[in-house]
Design a protein around this ligand. Structure first.
Ligand code: GLA
Length: 376
């Protein structure tokens, strides 16, 4: 059974885009997954995005761009498998991919078979150049069916940008994760829009086997790479990672892991936060409420965990002032006299036993993630 917890890995798009994807980058990324300890904390799938393909099919089959991948795709999948990792690939439900390489429309079974022969473990399936009048749910079902026919367990990642409410039908197609939004870029504006605004109300649709996907992580990009858009501050990257963990979102790294910043390491390798994301209960966090002070918005998000504790995020979405954010026990289903221990999940610090509420100061754009554990 695939995707019993949110998938974790890396995808080439955010940093390497259409121009800079080639086999060396992928190989070195696989090496870095091991040497940087990313594999040890659970990151698993190495996914190559658009532009791995040659511009023409050969005998009706997809083949690789021989300049970028001189030895083909199978040796890279083997390389990942030999290091204990999994390998993913990209295709598109339309006639072309977004970059204008051949799409899988009309070739679903042939392409699924090709991917299975290469021992691919993950397919990201995009939605560019879909012929007029064809319905995304129909085309996604077709590829889902084709993947099942191969007999190989291939994690199916649906990327139609949330256009046709995929959270309502993507699981039926066999999807294990589905994009709920357009593309993320490396800016606070994008994190606010895609994360804090567009995920509200989506939590009932996620669970073991199928997850809402608010797109890949921009942590550690620092204004460089394909989706560069000015970059984010440390506080903004912290809020981004904290929210994605609370959302039980797939954690697909988008930065260049061969050269991670100290902040990227600190966030992406935080085992306490990853445990929240990977919690076996599989609940997606939801927005508990918002508090407004002096025209600045504070968000409170909560994710119930399997052991009876609750992970809570206190986010200051305002631009100007450090604010005190209060979190009342009633808001997350606790009786107000219930003593609970509060732990700072960024640092592991014990913040003491509290009743009724917990309040903390949070700097602009920052997010404090705590765990609230009822005392035994
Ligand atoms: C779309 C997707 C991106 C990426 C590109 C590749 O924009 O949403 O995530 O896969 O296509 O062309």
């Amino acid at each position: 059974m695939l995707a019993q917890t949110p998938p974790m890995g890396w995808n080439s798009w955010n940093t390497f885009g259409w121009k800079d994807l080639h086999a060396d980058v992928v190989k070195e990324t696989i090496d870095a997954f091991v040497s940087e300890g990313l594999k040890d904390v659970g990151y698993e799938y190495i996914v190559i995005d658009d532009t791995w393909q040659a511009f023409e099919r050969v005998d009706g089959k997809l083949t690789w761009d021989s300049e970028r991948f001189p030895n083909g795709i199978k040796p890279l999948a083997d390389y990942a498998h030999n290091k204990g990792l999994k390998f993913g690939i990209y295709s598109c439900a339309g006639t072309y991919t977004c970059a204008g390489r051949p799409g899988s429309y009309g070739y679903e079974e042939v392409d699924a078979q090709t991917f299975a022969e290469w021992e691919v473990d993950f397919l990201k399936y995009d939605a560019c150049y879909i012929p007029a009048n064809l319905h995304n749910p129909t085309l996604y079902k077709r590829m889902g069916q084709a993947l099942r026919v191969t007999g190989r367990p291939i994690l199916y990642s649906i990327c139609e940008w949330g256009k046709n409410q995929p959270w309502e039908w993507a699981a039926e197609t066999g999807g294990h994760m589905w994009r709920t939004t357009g593309d993320i870029d490396d800016s606070w504006k994008s994190i606010l829009e895609i994360g804090f605004h567009q995920q509200v109300g989506k939590h009932p649709y996620a669970g073991p086997g199928g997850w809402n996907d608010p797109d890949m992580l921009v942590i550690g990009m620092h204004g460089r790479g394909n989706v560069a858009a000015g970059g984010c501050t440390d506080a903004e990257y912290r809020s981004h990672f904290g929210l994605w963990c609370l959302l039980a979102a797939p954690l697909m790294i988008g930065c260049d892991v061969r050269n991670m910043s100290p902040l990227a390491r600190e966030l992406l390798l935080n085992r306490r936060l990853i445990a929240v994301n990977q919690d076996p209960l599989g609940r997606q966090g939801y927005r508990v409420g918002q508090v407004e002070y002096a025209w600045e918005m504070m968000d409170i998000w909560a994710k119930p965990l399997a052991d009876g504790s609750i992970a809570v995020g206190l986010f200051n979405l305002g631009d100007n002032r450090t604010q005190k954010i209060p979190m009342a026990w009633e808001a997350i289903g606790l009786h107000d006299r219930r003593p609970c221990r509060v732990t700072n999940l960024w640092t592991g610090d014990d913040l003491g036993v509290h009743t009724r509420s917990f309040t903390s100061e949070v700097a602009p754009h920052d997010g404090l993630i705590v765990k609230i554990t009822p005392e035994r």
